[in-house]
Write a protein that binds this ligand. Structure first.
Ligand code: UT7
Length: 326
């Protein structure tokens, strides 16, 4: 049986750190409130000359180096992002050019915070079917460019970053065991960036209405996220006949510590088995899970044969999970 396997990981976080105390100086909030309600203490912000493809480039170079591969060894590049360099060409094509990945087709994928796990779904399908052999899958976001710094309910949440993995086929008893993707477009108004597309192209009016920044009905989103992710995690394990006690690590999308704790509680999973980095980076949307993966692998917490559960929830609405045996 052919499965898709992650053979290497990489990530890149911009240098500039914005702490909760920095945000206290901009809006009426406090470090205490942000930590208590979200678990976030700081986030990264891209430099003025850095766009999504630049962050993606650094994460990809790291993943390629670790796999001892050249960019020309890649035959497909998928970039999950909602903050690409521009509407077109795709960030994936810009990345392909910068890497010199001449043998790769390249496209972007928009599933907001679930984008990376959606990408895993597509990548594993491509690999299992034999259509592609070595895929570079990237999640990259520069959300700081789309934040309304007057809106305390959203400006505290998001950060910039990128993560990348390389996937290829294996006949071993490891790799991606299953992926599950879902959407509910009827709840699209819960998280959105309404301006800049064909519905609300950029005008003076859309600028004044701050339509070019992220809007979120936080509390409503929170409730749907908790319910959905609890069900998703339970279902994903059951589909694979895996008891939660067999799980080595839960790798959740890093949006809110309370959402993550609820999922862990539902699985009866001690928090030591949950990989967290939202304290340092906040919510990096599609980049969140590949950054978690890279940091978890680098920390030595991921061992051969480990079962890993990846799960994400975000705008669309979309939600997705993957069960991986390392
Ligand atoms: O990645 C995509 C998926 N995204 C998510 O899953 C995010 C889901 N939502 C959340 O993480 C949480 O809803 C938030 C962290 C955004 C907000 O936490 P909450 O516990 O749901 O707070 P709330 O929106 O119900 O607001 C409670 C109070 C309000 O004040 P009143 O009306 O009770 O007087 C807000 O105005 O907290 C106030 N508030 C703040 N206070 C201080 C909202 N933002 C802030 C703030 N600092 N930054």
């Amino acid at each position: 049986m052919i499965r898709a396997r992650i053979i290497s990981t990489g990530s890149y976080l911009p240098e500039k750190i914005i702490s909760n105390h920095d945000i206290e100086k901009i809006v009426d909030t406090s470090d205490e409130w942000i930590v208590e309600r979200t678990g976030i203490r700081e986030r990264r912000m891209a430099a003025d000359d850095e766009a999504a493809s630049d962050l993606a480039y650094h994460a990809s170079v790291s993943a390629l180096k670790k796999a001892h591969l050249k960019a020309r060894d890649i035959d497909l590049i998928i970039v999950a992002t909602v903050t690409g360099d521009m509407p077109f060409p795709s960030t994936a094509c810009l990345l392909q050019a910068r890497l010199g990945a001449k043998n790769a087709a390249a496209f972007d994928l928009n599933a907001a915070c679930s984008g990376f796990v959606y990408g895993m779904h597509i990548a594993q399908g491509m690999i299992k079917s034999g259509m592609h052999n070595r895929i570079l899958l990237v999640g990259t976001e520069v959300l700081s460019r789309f934040i309304d710094w007057d809106d305390r309910s959203t400006c505290i949440l998001f950060g910039d970053g990128a993560g990348a993995v390389i996937m290829e086929p294996t006949k071993e008893k490891r790799g991606v065991y299953s992926t599950h993707i879902y959407s509910d477009g009827s709840l699209s108004d819960l998280i959105s960036l309404p301006g800049g597309g064909s519905r609300n192209p950029c005008t003076r009016e859309t600028m004044l209405k701050t339509l070019h920044s992220i809007k979120m009905k936080g509390n409503e989103t929170f409730k749907v996220a908790v319910r959905t992710l609890e069900e998703l995690a339970t279902y994903t394990l059951a589909e694979n006949g895996i008891d939660p006690s067999q799980l080595s690590l839960l790798m959740p999308h890093q949006a809110n510590l309370r959402i993550i704790q609820a999922t862990a509680k539902r699985l009866n999973l001690p928090m030591e088995k949950v990989f967290l980095n939202l304290e340092k980076y906040g919510n990096t949307s599609a980049a969140s899970i590949p950054i978690v993966l890279d940091e978890a692998v680098a920390s030595g917490k991921v061992k051969d044969g480990d079962y890993l559960l990846l799960e994400a929830f975000g705008g669309g609405l979309t939600w997705a999970s993957a069960l991986v045996r390392w």
